[in-house]
Design a protein around this ligand. Structure first.
Ligand code: AMP
Length: 210
């Protein structure tokens, strides 16, 4: 199954995507995670991406397309994938359709995780990541276990000004993908993401018929 998770930054795509990927036994292809990995490793691609990420802007389409192409070619992704944070504009959606078409696949469903913007801003200010495992927590809603709490870090692009820019970019260029996929006749499941992690997950699994 090839599944796209849409939703604003901070809507819970990463958290829900990780749970879904495990339950569907497919990898999560998360371009943001891949870019942060590249940055940590200090690759030229990571360094190029950094200035866009720090500003809350999208990294050029060609950069993310290369990452997604590579991930899809891996053995783990032969049975499908959960796409988190990709595509983020109509051009990327077209590229993804092309990549999947080359391997005889297509998007089976889109899950749109809907969270109001004021809730997003407060979520992102409390978001913390475990640098060792990449697991994402929230200081209030999903606190890290005591042994991990001391090492969690805040993402540089979760600071307020960058969050606001990322939300504007989402509104202008990514949100139109909901209508884009609806118009393309692909099932788009809307989920109220402003609830507990397990509730959202259960609803998504139900909507997918799993
Ligand atoms: P995320 O972790 O998905 O919130 O992504 C963090 C940042 O990485 C974004 O604000 C962008 O700068 C960049 N990024 C991630 N995915 C993409 C994408 N599909 N296209 C362009 N830029 C991306």
């Amino acid at each position: 199954m090839d599944l796209i998770l849409l939703g604003a930054p901070g809507a819970g795509k990463g958290t829900q995507g990780a749970l879904l990927a495990t339950r569907l036994a497919v990898p999560k292809i998360a371009t943001g995670d891949m870019l942060r990995d590249a940055l940590r490793q200090g690759t030229p691609l990571g360094l190029e991406a950094k200035r866009y990420m720090d500003a809350g802007e999208l990294v050029p389409d060609s950069v993310v397309l290369g990452l997604v192409r590579e991930a899809l070619a891996g053995p783990a992704a032969q049975g499908g994938a959960v796409f988190d944070g990709y595509p983020r504009n109509v051009a990327q959606a077209a590229s993804l359709a092309g990549l999947l078409d080359e391997i005889g696949r297509g998007i089976d469903a889109v899950v749109y995780i809907d969270v109001p913007e004021d809730a997003i801003v407060s979520r992102m200010s409390g978001r913390r990541t475990d640098p060792e495992t990449g697991t994402v927590y929230h200081v209030e809603f999903n606190p890290p276990p005591a042994e991990i709490a001391a090492r969690v870090v805040q993402r540089a692009d979760d600071l307020e000004d960058t969050v606001r820019r990322r939300l504007a970019v989402y509104r202008e260029t990514t949100a139109p993908l909901v209508a884009f996929y609806e118009d393309a006749g692909i099932p788009v499941h809307r989920v109220d993401g402003d609830r507990a992690i397990e509730q959202v997950q259960d609803e998504i699994m139900g909507l997918l018929g799993r």
